[in-house]
Design a protein around this ligand. Structure first.
Ligand SMILES: Nc1ncnc2c1ncn2[C@@H]1O[C@H](COP(=O)(O)OP(=O)(O)OP(=O)(O)O)[C@@H](O)[C@H]1O
Ligand SMILES: [Zn+2]
Length: 755
């Protein structure tokens, strides 16, 4: 088999009709594979030539093919690329009993592969992620009354009851029938045996109930209505990207629900992407209130059978609305009419392993190909979307829609800094006196407070007070984090765990190991010490492991069972706690420490979001930020409510440096268990580096986390001007480059992670 370039099908895009060529090109769902030529089987080819479309193969047909000694699924991308004599090719094994993927979706798959430089097989694998969905669904037996009752059968009262029930219902399973007719199951099997009932096999799956769009909705405020009107008017008129930029608590969800309604009414499908963390019961119940049904969900927490059904009904068009995490973007919608990316600034949209892609950006690509609107919603837009909305003087590509006010007339929280140099906490404590006082005031008033610290566990570092030895992970360049609740030391990179000991393994002394710095568990200890009567709860991925547990937690806060919430970023966004009036940020400088490209932007977004949890209803909210550096520009913009000024400043700095979105970045990440081989590969890569104007290559260098999960790591960073075809340069550079055996090479276009 000859590997054909994965964009070869581009040239054959017109082939949406049945392919009459002897060979077809198939993107096999294998992470490192390209597209390969296969023979059409005799039957399918004859049918194609004869114009019998039902059995013929077209672009977008899902097939099973032999590959590397086993059978794998794949997607037909077009006619074969040629280059290998047909007699040397293998034939397609089977055609899946499914509708063909549509042209827009196949083009999208090609575009994702071309943009991310991932092999097309890796993208096909994301699309065909549910092998079960490709097979015949499980069947169930339904019974109907026989058309002609056999002669001589006895119609007992029980049998008559069964026939009466079926007379009304038409067809039923044996269990349903027994229950509703109130007879034993023996009655039904006897009737079937006597040919009084006819059995038929049907799919056991039922399509999801369609959302009801005629239910009463909240009365939108004038501002909300104006925003909704603009977006509703754009639905059905082709590609139209919006940036829905509304302050925290401005009611963005209700606004985009109006566009959802318009698209559903037009009979099209809707995809709503949420960062995984925001798939909360709050969002679900609001959806259910508005549309009368539960949405079809797609994320890591739903089971395979639910996924199988979702996948099939998305393809058949019967799933009208899907809400999901980033991978939902690779569902095979047959009739997509609108995409919404909520909290569009969230870094959770960047997939960092396997195929590395930014789901928000790829969602815009999909909407463009699909010729449908897309709504990017946020209270703290990403700089990318801000620039695309023309806010930095460039030609606008997205339409900006602002919601500058909170609903119900609530004000944004008052923000203030607590200068830890002037009013530090006591030694070994983390809450400064002004914050402690503010919490006490809230407790007395029966209001809730939230303490935000984006650090899981008890303490980020444990060291020996005598020799300074630090406890580090054996598999990674990272500290072992103390977790007191579970009584363990844990590496947050690889999950390695050990039991803490008071004995220093370096100097041999006893009772010298000390916890350094706070995590949320340590903060809880301080809260208990300061406010012994207060009810507090910790929300982090360690204390609340499943979405169900998170929902229960959120509910208990809403019901007023908690006075003080202590949380990591899990608590920072999306939640609406009516009685929460104080937010204390324990370490406002934490996010700035790394100093990567987006550190300032990320910190600004995170702190605005967490502050935005305060005072969302009648009582005014306040946010206090503990810092050692109150003059820092991120904090001053935040404190003065100058978001747009912050974005302008950030845009200016990035534009001067030619950094995204004013330039382009790509990272090459190499890793190996064998350090020598890694270095040899890095050296060869360095020697083959291209030289172009407008292209800078930094490195190769040992990665900041030079050892991760047992692998040594090196990186290169490529920066280019915006006009440069960065993918083209990388494609040429790497086309003939083979890493040493055992060395993995990952390409990250527009990296968010620089470690
Ligand atoms: N027109 C309205 N009338 C009454 N309540 C509304 C209206 N619009 C929204 N709400 C309610 O206001 C609250 C905040 O709305 P929503 O969560 O959509 O805001 P948001 O802009 O998404 O906020 P954030 O960005 O902070 O998550 C919700 O409880 C919502 O049900
Ligand atoms: Zn580790």
């Amino acid at each position: 088999m000859l590997k054909s370039p994965h964009n070869s099908a581009d040239k054959k895009r017109q082939t949406t009709c049945i392919l009459t060529s002897e060979t077809v090109s198939v993107a096999v769902a294998v992470p490192i594979a390209g597209a390969y030529d296969y023979l059409q089987s005799k039957g399918t080819l004859q049918a194609a030539v004869a114009g019998q479309s039902a059995a013929g193969i077209s672009r977008g047909t899902i097939v099973t093919v032999p590959f590397g000694g086993r059978l794998v699924t794949g997607i037909v991308m077009g006619a074969g690329a040629g280059g290998v004599a047909p007699e040397k090719l293998k034939a397609i094994h089977a055609v899946a009993p499914l509708p063909t993927l549509n042209e827009a979706f196949i083009s999208f798959i090609e575009r994702v592969a071309a943009w991310t430089l991932a092999p097309i097989g890796a993208v096909a694998k994301m699309v065909l992620s549910q092998p079960q969905a490709l097979q015949r669904p499980p069947q169930t037996t339904l019974f109907t009354p026989a058309k002609i009752m056999p002669d001589g059968v006895r119609i007992t009262p029980a049998r008559q009851q069964v026939l009466d029930v079926l007379g009304d219902a038409g067809a039923m399973t044996a269990a349903e029938l027994a229950r509703i007719a109130n007879v034993g199951s023996g009655v039904i099997s006897a009737m079937a045996k006597a040919d009084m009932l006819t059995a038929m096999q049907v799919s056991a799956d039922r399509p999801p109930p369609p959302p009801q769009t005629d239910r009463p909705s909240l009365t939108l405020t004038g501002e909300q209505q104006a925003a909704a009107d603009i977006m509703v008017a754009a639905c059905g008129t082709g590609f139209h990207p919006f940036l829905l930029d509304g302050v925290t608590g401005s009611g963005k969800t209700e606004v985009y629900f109006e566009a959802v309604k318009a698209v559903l009414d037009a009979g099209k499908q809707v995809l709503i992407l949420l960062p995984e963390i925001a798939l909360s019961s709050g969002w679900r119940s609001r959806f259910a209130r508005r549309f009368g049904v539960a949405p079809v969900e797609w994320h890591s927490d739903i089971g395979n059978s639910q996924k199988r059904k979702a996948w099939r009904y998305v393809l058949s068009g019967e799933a009208k609305l899907v809400v999901g995490a980033r991978s939902a973007l690779f569902l095979p919608f047959s009739n997509l009419g609108l995409i919404i990316v909520d909290e569009e600034h969230e870094h959770a949209y960047k997939q960092e392993d396997q195929t590395i892609y930014q789901a928000r950006d790829m969602a815009v690509v999909r909407a463009h190909i699909q010729k449908c609107p897309i709504i990017l919603a946020s209270a703290t837009p990403s700089l990318e979307s801000w620039v695309n909305a023309g806010k930095t003087g460039e030609t606008p590509r997205y339409q900006h829609i602002g919601l500058p006010n909170r609903i119900k007339g609530a004000a944004l929280p008052a923000m203030s800094a607590i200068d830890l140099r002037q009013t530090p906490p006591e030694r070994g404590r983390w809450l400064a006196p002004p914050l402690v006082e503010a919490i006490a005031t809230r407790l007395a008033a029966g209001e809730q407070s939230l303490l935000f610290l984006n650090r899981r566990g008890y303490a980020p570092l444990t060291l020996c007070g005598s020799c300074g030895h630090k406890l580090v992970c054996p598999n990674c360049d990272s500290w072992m984090v103390a977790h007191k609740l579970s009584g363990q030391l844990r590496c947050h990179h690889c999950g390695h765990q050990t039991r803490p000991s008071n004995h220093c393994s370096a100097c041999g002394q006893d009772d010298t190991m000390q916890a350094c710095g706070p995590g949320v568990e340590r903060l809880a200890e301080e809260v208990l010490w300061r406010f012994p009567d207060a009810r507090f709860a910790v929300l982090s991925s360690d204390t609340v492991g499943t979405p169900k547990a998170a929902d229960a937690f959120i509910q208990s806060v809403i019901e007023g069972d908690v006075d003080i919430i202590i949380g990591t970023q899990m608590v920072a966004k999306g939640h609406h706690f009516p009685n929460l009036t104080l937010v204390g940020v324990v370490d406002a400088d934490l996010g700035l420490a790394g100093g990567d490209l987006r550190a300032a932007e990320r910190t600004f977004q995170m702190l605005s979001q967490v502050a935005g949890r305060a005072g969302r209803e009648s009582r005014p909210g306040e946010a206090m930020l503990q810092t050692l550096d109150p003059e820092n520009q991120v904090l001053t913009c935040l404190l003065e409510g100058k978001r747009d000024a912050f974005l302008a400043m950030e845009a200016h700095a990035r534009s001067l440096a030619g950094m995204p979105p004013f330039g382009q970045l790509a990272a090459l990440i190499l890793s190996s268990h064998d350090e020598k081989r890694l270095h040899a590969t890095l050296r060869r890569l360095d020697q083959s580096r291209p030289h172009f104007t407008g292209v800078d290559i930094f490195g190769p260098a040992i990665a900041p986390i030079g050892f991760l999960k047992g692998r040594h790591r090196g990186r290169l960073l490529i920066r280019t001007d915006r006009s440069v075809d960065i993918q083209g340069i990388l494609r040429d550079w790497l086309a003939d480059f083979k890493p040493d055996s055992g060395v993995k090479l990952h390409i990250d276009i527009d990296p968010y992670n620089f470690l």
